[in-house]
Design a binder for this molecule. Sequence first.
Ligand code: IPM
Ligand code: MG
Length: 399
Amino acid sequence: MNNSAVEQAKEHFGRVLEQQLVRIEKMKAGEEETDYATLKPIIIGIIGGDGIGPYIAEEARRILEFLLADEQKSGKVEFRNIEGLTIEYRALVEKPIPDDVLEEIKKCHVTLKGPTTTPRKGDPWPNIESANVAMRKELDLFANVRPVCVPSEGIDWMFFRENTEGAYALGGDGIEVTDDMAIDFTVATTQGSERLIRLALDYASKNGINKLTLITKANVVKTTDGKFLKIGYEIAKEYPDVEVDDWYIDIMTAKLVDPKRRTQFRVMALPNLYGDILTDEAAEFQGGVGTAGAANIGRKYSMFEAIHGSAPRMVDEGRAQYTDPSSMIRAGAMLMRHIGYPERAKKLEMVLDICGQFEKKLVMTGRDTGSTGEKFSAYLMETIRDPDLEDRWQTYQAV
Ligand code: IPM
Ligand code: MG
């Protein structure tokens, strides 16, 4: 009995290995990189997702359409709404991304995506894979780029989280070998580690930041984290202007809380699961995950999203309209920068800082004691239109 369980598990493991080898071949072949400068129209898909997703996606769409109004008129940019990435529909077809929705997503060059509910074992939904994780794998969005910035504390961090490997790549592929034994897999590849770390090094080098920190637990997770670390140091040799050091994830989580040490970190590259955890902690300094946006970058496609979940409780309790849309709007700013509008992205980020961190004329509390998302984005919009915006920003910089 146990023997056959072991045989079945071996077969399963064999299939997992074969799939990963195929993925490596695809990475080696490379994919053509999208050139937004020559592309017309750049199709921007807006995916509401579920829970609070559609509420905050709507606010973000309004602001982007406003900032890109000229491009929309000239036909350089086109917005598309993508329906159906809801937990109800995903549960119905038992797929993390229903085929027809995926087809629509693939017709867009970039997407702005609201949060999507991820079922877990024991939930009333079928235990389907996370839509985020599926999209990252399906569109090969290998880098999850997450900035966290608190100017008043001297915090200016850019996290490069590996997005298609680690424990996540095979998170849905674990096996319950027997009733008593469950096994999950984690994977690191040369190609996958290299492309992520290279992106982080390029970013550091182009922005005149002379430091990259690699974060692993390579003293214990020797093989996969060991590979990530080794490749990091190897590639670093090609970037003599960037100094590379490395920290273990446990002490790193502690150092982020240390006001004397944390400002030294600037650009960080780390495997998938550590990146998931550390970026939530990091976002807390900025006002919580509700304020943080993220870019999921691939060569062909890119997707921009809030880093938090779909908060179904907010909807159940009738509070969805009080959700802070800042994370999605911040993701929208990253989207604009990515497709070639860095000035407008900067302006939007400035406005988010002025309204959310300095001026705080309206405060979001997630309930009726604070502003609604709609009123908050009207406040943002009004600030964008302010001809004296730059002066207003300087006032806060001087403080
Ligand atoms: C994130 C989220 C996702 C992740 C979940 C929803 C699967 O926490 O984007 O950080 O773990 O990657
Ligand atoms: Mg997370």
